[in-house]
Write a protein that binds this ligand. Structure first.
Ligand code: HMG
Ligand code: MG
Length: 314
């Protein structure tokens, strides 16, 4: 009989606590075919916070023509009030126009999002890699001056659907340039979920050799090939303490069709609970939230843990 929790057997190779950086409301909902009503997004975020998720990326300030699903960013933050603000509620901003809107909405944290490859920079940002870094520079400068926390994503760290393999040195080069702008944290995006464990180790070691240590790194694995949890565990064994995940396994990127959902937050919490790693998240409340959200979206969650626990509860 399932108790709804794994048997706890501490894993001494893992850290005592991990910060889950929840991306469901942003990475998940940016990719839905239907536009989720603002009130439902707000309820989703409130439920995630109530389930114990401290860091929640809420939305993106990008042109509605690029991501219509998140066109209600200002309205959403107004509806969320304090639940949507502060240094643990980042929003994506690509440029100064996005930053202006984010500041007007009262955010306390922003994320810029660069690409390790030229093709994806062009498709996702309508810029070369160099031009996109030029676009981000004033965003980071102004955000830091305003006292905001800043994250820098790098996409296509482990492979690119148009260019194929991406050399580790190329990823490190872009990552270092983004961190040199003054970002507080780097998130390594496996946008299309093709990474494997040795590759994760190699990239983390190469970043460390260039001065970007694990204490400034988060990992962001999409689960297209079922590797996200294994890759995450590898990163944790290297000392990474921040893991991106999406409740229910929602997610993808509208500008990379081969991207599917992120590592499901429930799958991560199950693994970490079992290994005795503190996350602060109530797994049962999270599963309940996923089941509710699946009802809103009209399709079941791809998360194994959600399916197992929702099934065992019924
Ligand atoms: P562009 O078309 O080159 O922009 O797009 P532009 O500067 O030429 O402006 C065009 C129009 O948009 C202008 O309006 C601007 O004012 C307006 P017009 O004069 O024509 O009326 N505009 C804006 N409006 C609202 N908010 C703004 C804004 N900026 C300009 N911020 C741009 C360039 C960077 C804006 C565009 O390419 C863009 O927004 N791209 C973002 C696409 C996106 O959101 N992708 C998904 C997120 S990334 C991701 O999912 C990966 C990640 O999860 C990590 C991983 O998995 O690897 C993070
Ligand atoms: Mg992503």
């Amino acid at each position: 009989m399932s108790t709804g929790l794994p048997q706890r057997e501490p894993d001494p190779q893992l850290p005592a606590r991990v910060t889950i950086y929840e991306v469901g409301p942003r990475d998940g909902l940016q990719n839905e075919k239907t536009v989720v009503p603002t009130a439902v997004k707000a309820e989703f975020i409130r439920r995630l916070a109530a389930a114990g998720l401290e860091t929640i990326e809420t939305t993106s300030f990008v042109p509605p023509s690029w991501v219509p699903q998140l066109a209600d960013a200002s309205e959403l933050l107004a509806e969320l009030r304090e639940v949507g603000r502060g240094p643990q509620r980042p929003v994506l901003v690509p440029n100064e126009r996005g930053l202006d809107s984010a500041l007007a909405a009262g955010v306390g944290a922003v994320a810029i999002f660069g690409s390790a490859t030229e093709t994806f920079a062009r498709k996702n940002l309508n810029r070369t890699v160099a031009e996109s870094i030029d676009m981000f520079a004033p965003v980071v400068h102004r955000a830091k001056t305003a006292g905001l926390w800043v994250r820098a994503y790098v996409s296509m760290c482990f492979g690119d659907p148009w260019e194929g393999p991406v050399p580790v040195e190329q990823v490190v080069d872009v990552a270092v340039r983004l961190m040199d702008l003054g970002a507080d944290q780097l998130s390594l995006g496996d946008t299309i979920g093709v990474g494997t464990t040795g590759h994760v180790s190699r990239l983390l070691e190469a970043l460390d050799a260039r001065g970007v240590g694990v204490e400034r790194i988060g990992v962001h694995f999409h689960d297209t090939y079922g590797q996200a949890l294994a890759n995450t565990m590898t990163a944790l064994r290297h000392g990474v303490r921040v893991v991106d995940a999406s409740t229910g396994g929602l997610g993808g990127c509208p500008y990379a069709k081969s991207a599917t959902g992120n590592l499901a937050t429930e799958d991560l919490v199950w693994a970490l609970d079992g290994a005795g790693v503190h996350t602060g998240v109530d797994l049962a409340a999270l599963v309940e939230t996923s089941v509710w959200m699946a009802g809103q979206l009209g399709r079941p969650s791809p998360s194994r843990v959600v399916r197992a626990l929702a099934g065992s509860a019924g």
